[in-house]
Design a protein around this ligand. Sequence first.
Ligand SMILES: Nc1ncnc2c1ncn2[C@@H]1O[C@H](COP(=O)(O)OP(=O)(O)OP(=O)(O)O)[C@@H](O)[C@H]1O
Length: 335
Amino acid sequence: MIEFDQVHKAYEVEGRAIPALQPTSLAIENGEVFGIVGHSGAGKSTLVRLINLLERPSGGRIVIDGEDVTGYDSKDLRDFRRKVGMIFQHFNLLSSKTVEDNIAFPMKLAGIYSRDEIRTRVAELLERVGLTHHARKFPSQLSGGQKQRVGIARALACRPTILLCDEATSALDPQTTQSVLRLLGDLNRELKLTIVLITHEMDVVRRVCDRVAVMDAGDVVEMGPVTDVFLHPKHATTRDFVFESEHVDEQEMEANFEKAEGRILRLTFRGESTYKPLLGSVARQTGVDFSILSGRIDRIKDTPYGQLTLSLVGGDLPAAQAALEAADVHVEVVR
Ligand SMILES: Nc1ncnc2c1ncn2[C@@H]1O[C@H](COP(=O)(O)OP(=O)(O)OP(=O)(O)O)[C@@H](O)[C@H]1O
């Protein structure tokens, strides 16, 4: 488990302290995929670089698997860093080394592995990330997605238990992003790897993360299971991210609401209730007429969900609302 206890960070610039992370407490469970979302400058990289102590905290305690790592000396730090792999937006591969030498590099640097161990591990990782036939190529001969796969293999070389991903898919096209996210999801399941993933796209969070922290100006402003944060965002920053990822224009939506008659409800279906033919039967039972103002069906990781905004007129409105709630639908009265 990764625990932050009132951890804060300010950078010293020309004798002045520039705050980057306000006192933050959080706990990331072993084996979970934890997303950190926020605009540029929100403090995401700072938070993640504190986990592997690439940045030292200005105060507070960082505890990894029960051990306070904040006071580690350089020997402890070297051993500890093998437990934490990291991948980057621009891959950070060594351009003069081949794919296999890039992957072997952290193992050689550690100085504790035999040649045979390194050779076996590199072959295993090349196969795992689907690059066996590219072992002798140089990074410049690879696509972006392939480079990130090399980055992932290299990060896993010393068998870390934690993988930090700093905007790992931001430089990739949508299709490649999807395949890299799928690989990260598979590795999380197969290796019980804890993944902490920074992104500025809520869509990335929706596809792979179990929980998410939303950051704004150095503060964690909202944190929780992705299903809760995504479907019922509370903070304005979170709402912006969710609307952006769903391509919702808030002004346009409100203009539509003005044109609509009657009561406006936003319904959220989760899991199996997403597919039930509920609306027709509620309309028949209660005599309510409805029209659909907006809607989508999608998935959050493995959970299907649907969101519908309806305008309802006539009939027994309270009974309709009660029937929907009784069927496990979350009902929010918009107007
Ligand atoms: N080494 C540094 N020295 C001084 N200030 C820094 C340093 N690194 C980050 N900052 C400042 O700290 C704040 C948080 O930066 P950080 O890189 O953590 O944000 P971020 O959310 O990761 O942004 P981005 O998405 O643009 O990478 C910013 O105001 C940034 O300018």
